[in-house]
Design a protein around this ligand. Structure first.
Ligand SMILES: *Cc1c(COP(=O)(O)O)cnc(C)c1O
Length: 393
């Protein structure tokens, strides 16, 4: 076997992440690697922190990217805030709420589950009932944007409820950051984690996190030290902290952080609210096209995510064959259903750079061509005009 340089195909990424990465971000990755304790690297790290505070809409000092993917940000929040025996109310309305439960239990804490049907938003009434019934609970954890179903939950209302019952909040914003309205300080979020490969359109492998004063206070009062050495915030902060002298904890992923710096800068240049509006406008266009074709959304209107569109698969076609043909014939990636929705839905992502008018039209045209060729029962010739009208009037 002769191994040669790996040249990946150029795809259009319209699945649940990673999303398309802009050439500006890719070229930032290719800049010279410098030492992670180099003074000029420290300056860039401070800028990353400031840009993240903007993206999260927070003044939290403890805001930085964990050097690992979104799942590590999740683990950082749970491992630092929980101790054995704590009770946590965990909302589950898809795959990622289930991972929160795993995290709680692995910390030796007790997960009190509030379950909602997959595809529905978290029901604040059920959460309030659980908070009332469990005065021993010290944390409420929920997923803001459930990527497995495309449902958006009302983070503002859920956080207000949690504080009314003296609970801290842990929020999964992996898919919402940069794509949906999110205001960490105004909404009173105590611990939040995200990922770089979704609406930030950066490369995978970093997890922005942020912790409120209340959360930091809770961490300081721990009786036991955090069981994970790598994710222990008291150690990581020696490196990311703003007390001047940076000390070695682990080698930061230097080039990936250049990429994050560039993608956050692009978000700042566009303006956070403009980015939210762009995602929502292009969701309307995609929706108009998909519905004209005859596909339907599984999430009720009003709690649909713009950046993750879960739609039904026509009954007479094979899910995997359609996705394979889109990939091979059009270099287009869309997502499969996860968990109980496997084989039942497609998940079409409009995340970050992937949320563009040209991607919407390309996706609709490719999907229509493949489905029509496979003899699916869909309406043809109507999707593109419907999307055109929704986008440009
Ligand atoms: C993608 C995702 C994660 C996990 O992020 P990774 O970077 O894949 O580890 C967690 N929660 C949600 C809601 C996600 O969409």
């Amino acid at each position: 076997m002769t191994i040669t340089t790996f040249n990946p195909p150029v795809r259009t990424l319209m699945g649940p992440g990673p999303s398309d990465v802009h050439p500006r971000v890719l070229s930032a990755l290719a800049r010279p690697t410098i030492g992670h304790l180099d003074p000029s690297f420290s300056t860039m790290m401070d800028e990353v922190k400031t840009l993240l505070q903007y993206a999260f809409q927070t003044d939290n000092q403890l805001t930085f990217p964990v050097s690992a993917p979104g799942s590590a940000g999740m683990e950082t929040c749970f491992a630092n805030l929980l101790e054995a025996g704590d009770s946590v109310i965990v909302c589950q309305n898809g795959v990622f709420g289930g991972r929160m439960k795993e995290n709680v239990e692995r910390c030796g804490a007790i997960a009190i589950m509030v379950e909602d049907e997959w595809g529905k938003a978290v029901d604040p009434q059920k959460v309030e009932d659980a908070l009332k019934a469990h005065p021993e609970a010290s944390v409420l954890a929920f997923v803001h944007a459930e990527t497995s179903t495309g449902a958006l939950s009302d983070a503002k209302t859920l956080c207000a409820l949690a504080h009314q019952y003296n609970c801290l909040t842990i929020v999964d914003a992996v898919t919402s950051l940069g794509g949906s309205e999110l205001r960490v300080d105004d909404w009173g979020i105590d611990a939040i984690y995200s990922g770089t490969q979704k609406c930030l359109s950066c490369v995978p492998g970093l997890s922005p996190v942020s912790f409120s004063e209340r959360a930091q206070e809770r961490i300081k009062q721990r009786k036991e030290r955090v069981q994970s050495w790598f994710l222990d915030l008291s150690l990581v902060m020696g490196y990311w902290g703003n007390d001047g002298g940076r000390s070695y904890h682990h080698t930061a992923p230097v080039n990936s952080l250049y990429a994050l710096h560039e993608s956050l800068l692009m978000l700042k240049e566009e303006g956070l609210e403009n980015a939210w509006a762009r995602h929502s406008m292009l969701h309307q266009a995609l929706k108009a096209g998909l519905e004209a074709m005859g596909l339907s959304f599984i999430v009720p209107e009003g709690s649909r995510l713009a950046q993750l569109n879960a739609v039904t698969i026509p009954s007479n076609v094979d899910d995997a064959v359609v996705r394979k043909r889109l990939l091979h014939e059009y270099d287009l990636e869309i997502g499969a259903g996860l968990g109980s929705l496997a084989g039942k839905v497609w998940r079409i992502g409009l995340m970050g750079q992937s949320a563009s008018a040209s991607n919407v039209m390309f996706c609709l045209a490719s999907l229509e061509s493949v489905l029509n060729d496979m003899g699916a029962t869909i309406n043809t010739g109507v999707a593109l005009p419907a999307a055109q009208k929704a986008t440009f009037g």
